[in-house]
Design a protein around this ligand. Structure first.
Ligand code: NAP
Length: 471
């Protein structure tokens, strides 16, 4: 725990398992309600001096943090890989991008502008200024354990907020590493506090405490809804990045090689445990067989293995519960008539013997009534389904409560505009399945979330205050 600039030892411990080897990787301390209250108090006390500093002052510290993260890239990447199994090549990219978020928001810290408002009365002068919202609770998932922390904490600190961070209990170690960097870079005491412990117990304290003004959360839609309900009594601001059910649409005029390559990477990197990954693959009738053949060939090239192996693209899934969920989804689909074209089983041979590995899986002849089309899979399963017309596929793609990301492959320019405007998603990739960059707004529509992160969205952590003066 890191509260008010001090590392605190605790009696209770949490075991962090490496899902690739099944071994206990690390033991970290766990706290409860009292320490959560202490962390909030510490962030509350630190808020006034931190928010009154200039953007330039805050920017200098955030820049130092960015540099330190880059310096420690290899070590941090190994922690991520050991803790949640992600291939080391992807973990390195995650670390580099996390550093970039600190750099980006260091720059944005200096560009928080307000407005001078034209007055309707001669005797009045009017302005609108931006001020930090206050203490922010940050709750993050395990699938991008450093990146999610970086995006949220960098934005909050740049805006002048202070934070209480509660990482996933699957991946607390990387959060501890980040806080060591905060300490080394001279972040003032209390500005960022770290608590690790039982999710609902700690979040209950965060939700009820009036000093916490905002919650920024990334995780499942189910928990996001609980946070909306739980924060109603204290009317907290909320930023929610939730689950997805992304359609991936390939029209007959598309560059098939690029679509196949884009889908294979999007769907199977990190074993499909990515919120923006493709969940439903819609292929136009006339190219269905050709696409499927090429896709099976491509997927056969992907190496399943330990994350630490430089050649692996598909690491383990996070735990046994995830394996069971994937098996159930496949069973339901097969019972309803789907055909397994590739994979469909757990991988238990060689270096995968002790971990929770699942083969990349391609399901064909899928229909809309199968669970795999309705639920977020969050595993390495690609259900492929046919469509005939543009109008029909857009309706089917939008027929979900989720609205995070959607993808479409076509060369027809008029269709590109039509489809990208009609898809009800926060992010649309056209012939692009790697859309995520720090410069862009990121977030979902419908039940995929509230608010946007990244890009110019420092405003999510700012209040707008209107000031009317009769001098
Ligand atoms: P999750 O079960 O919702 O957990 C997310 C975080 O919330 C974890 O820190 C978890 O702690 C915590 N949590 C669990 N129960 C809670 C409660 N009652 N109150 C407050 N916090 C609670 O999601 P996950 O399995 O970690 O992550 C996968 C989900 O995240 C997927 O749905 C994925 O789409 C979504 N995701 C979305 C984005 C996005 O940007 N939209 C990005 C990445 C992931 P514990 O881990 O200790 O249970």
């Amino acid at each position: 725990m890191y509260i008010n600039g001090e590392w605190i030892k605790t009696e209770k411990h949490l075991e962090v398992k490496n899902p690739g080897t099944g071994e206990v990787y690390w033991k970290v301390g766990m706290v409860g309600k009292k320490e959560t209250e202490d962390a909030i108090e510490s962030a509350y006390t630190a808020f006034e001096p931190w928010s009154e500093e200039t953007g330039l002052y805050r920017a200098k510290i955030l820049e130092k943090i960015a540099v330190k993260i880059k310096e420690r890239q290899e070590g941090l990447a190994k922690v991520i890989t050991n803790e949640m199994g992600k291939p080391i090549t992807l973990a390195r990219t995650e670390v580099a991008k996390s550093a970039d978020y600190f750099k980006w928001f260091a720059e944005e810290a200096r560009r928080v502008y307000g407005d001078v408002i034209p007055t309707p009365a001669k005797n009045k002068r009017m302005t609108a200024i931006k001020q930090p919202v206050g203490v922010v609770a940050v709750i993050t998932p395990w699938n991008f354990p450093l990146l999610m922390l970086a995006r949220k904490v960098a934005t909050a600190l740049a805006a002048g907020c202070t934070v209480v961070v509660r990482p996933s209990s699957e991946t607390p170690t990387i959060a501890i590493e980040l806080f060591e960097i905060f300490e080394e870079c001279g972040l003032p005491n209390g500005v960022a506090n770290l608590i690790i412990g039982p999710a609902s117990e700690l979040s209950d304290v965060l939700l009820k405490n009036e000093k916490v003004k905002k919650i920024t959360f990334t995780g499942s839609t189910a928990i996001g809804k609980e946070l909306i309900k739980g924060s109603a009594d204290t009317v907290k601001r909320l930023s929610l990045e939730l689950g997805g059910n992304a359609p991936f649409i390939v029209f007959e005029d598309a560059d098939l090689e690029k679509a196949v390559e884009g889908l294979a990477y999007l769907k199977f990197r990190q074993a499909g445990q990515v919120c923006v990954t493709a969940n439903r693959v819609y292929i136009q009738d006339s190219i269905y067989e050709e696409f499927e053949k090429k896709f099976v060939e491509k997927v056969a090239e992907l190496k399943v293995g330990l994350g630490i192996d430089e050649q692996s693209l598909v690491g383990p899934v996070i735990n046994e519960k995830a394996i069971t969920k994937i098996e159930n989804l496949i069973e339901d689909a097969v019972e309803k008539g789907a055909e397994t074209k590739y994979g469909g089983h757990r991988v238990t041979d060689g270096e995968c013997a002790k971990g929770t590995f699942f083969s990349p899986t391609i399901l064909s002849n899928v229909t809309e009534d199968m669970k795999v089309m309705k639920e977020e899979i969050f595993g390495p399963v690609a259900p492929i389904i046919r469509f005939n017309s543009e109008e029909e596929v857009i309706k089917r793609a939008n027929n979900t409560n989720y609205g995070l990301t959607a993808y479409c492959y076509t060369k027809d320019l008029a269709r590109i505009y039509r489809v990208s405007e009609k898809l009800e998603y926060g992010v649309v990739g056209i012939n692009d399945s790697a859309t995520s960059v720090i410069e862009s707004p990121f977030g979902g529509m419908k039940e995929s979330g509230l608010g946007r992160e990244g890009g110019k969205h420092i405003d999510e952590f700012l209040e707008t205050k209107f000031i009317s003066i009769i001098p």
